[in-house]
Ligand binder design. Structure first.
Ligand SMILES: Nc1ncnc2c1ncn2[C@@H]1O[C@H](COP(=O)(O)OP(=O)(O)O)[C@@H](O)[C@H]1O
Ligand SMILES: [Mg+2]
Length: 323
């Protein structure tokens, strides 16, 4: 049984400008210890997908229109806030893009790390503080005893993200949900932070959903990848397979838009056209208006088809063997 099994997740925002179809009929699963990358342009529904799993969709205007998310036997989407509060932080660790939003500016780092360990009565104050210091050392912060007494604003962005990682992992979760964990950091720090997350995750056998708009991050860190476009899943498969033979024109375009190391001076490819407005409800492929391979058939309702074992595409022309 997979650790996490998301089926037909659909989230919409009912706004004055219309219904924003942020996530439409998205399904994926994750085994214990596995890392799934969710990749797509900004606005494609990646963050809304993970917020829905954590019961954190602002409601209104957001509304969970359907779906299931089985996590170790419980449906996260219907289990209720009380159960979710136990799951968040303890069974599922979260790392968000901006470490400042995850940290309380008025509490010392050590107090924030120790809090989940003491509030469930597991550890006494002193033991929890010692664990907090150990966790800070583990994420590569020097002089953990002094760091534990400092406040978030006294640390650099990279150090704060290390603290957030320590917080996400301190209760020994089975799953980490990381939403663009390195996007807000300097390029030089990004790789270090990603290596750190990967190292800790491997050592503990923790599964991870890693959200990113950067295919390079997926290549380095993930076992499988799910590609989102305009709230839909358009392709998924093992990273090696998807990189070797992308089976959706959107994924192919994403690869073409990747900078090639050592290839300076050439213009970076950009995908022509604009992402679609999510308030329109058309059944066909949302990428069709920008797709070089679009044909009349692309306006029929889309669904994922498994082309080779574990490698799925929503491109109807690929499915028909026309591309
Ligand atoms: N609170 C909200 N109210 C209205 N629309 C929202 C809200 N939050 C997200 N959306 C819309 O949902 C879509 C998906 O957003 P998001 O999941 O944040 O994208 P990303 O892939 O960049 O993480 C976007 O079009 C966004 O405008
Ligand atoms: Mg996002």
């Amino acid at each position: 049984m997979p650790l996490l099994e998301v089926q037909n997740l659909t989230v919409r925002f009912h706004t004055r400008d219309g219904v924003v179809r942020a996530v439409e009929d998205v399904s994926f699963s994750l085994d214990r210890g596995e890392t799934l990358g969710i990749v797509g342009e900004s606005g494609s529904g990646k963050s809304v997908t993970c917020l829905a799993l954590l019961g954190l969709i602002p409601c209104p205007p957001g509304r969970l229109e359907g779906g299931r998310a089985g996590f170790d036997g419980t449906d996260l989407l219907s289990c209720g806030e009380r159960h979710l509060r136990q799951v968040r932080g303890r069974r599922i660790g979260m790392i968000f893009q901006d470490p400042m939003t995850a940290l309380n500016p008025y509490l010392s780092i050590g107090a924030q790390l120790a809090e989940p360990l003491t509030c469930h009565g597991q550890l006494g104050r002193r033991a929890a503080w010692a664990r907090a210091e150990a966790a800070l050392t583990e994420v590569g912060l020097q002089d953990a005893a002094a760091r534990a007494r400092s406040f978030p604003h006294q640390l650099s962005g990279g150090m704060r993200q290390r603290v957030v990682i320590a917080m996400a992992l301190i209760a020994g979760p089975d799953l980490i949900i990381a939403d663009e964990p390195t996007t807000a950091l300097d390029v030089t720090v990004q790789a270090q932070i990603l290596d750190l997350i990967r190292g800790l995750q491997r050592a503990r056998g923790t599964a991870m959903v890693l959200i990113t708009h950067n295919l390079g991050v997926v290549a380095g860190a993930c076992d499988r990848v799910a590609v989102m476009y305009a709230g839909r899943l358009v392709e998924s498969g093992r990273v090696t397979e998807v990189f070797r033979r992308p089976l959706h024109p959107y994924t192919q375009a994403l690869y073409r838009a990747l900078p090639v190391p050592g290839c300076r001076g050439t213009d970076l490819y950009t995908i022509p056209g604009q992402p679609p407005r999510l308030t329109r409800a058309e059944p066909g492929c949302p990428f069709a208006p920008r797709c070089p391979a679009a044909a009349a058939i692309c306006s029929t309702p889309l669904g994922l088809v498994e082309m080779t074992p574990g490698h799925w595409t929503a491109c109807v022309r690929m499915q028909r063997g026309e591309l």
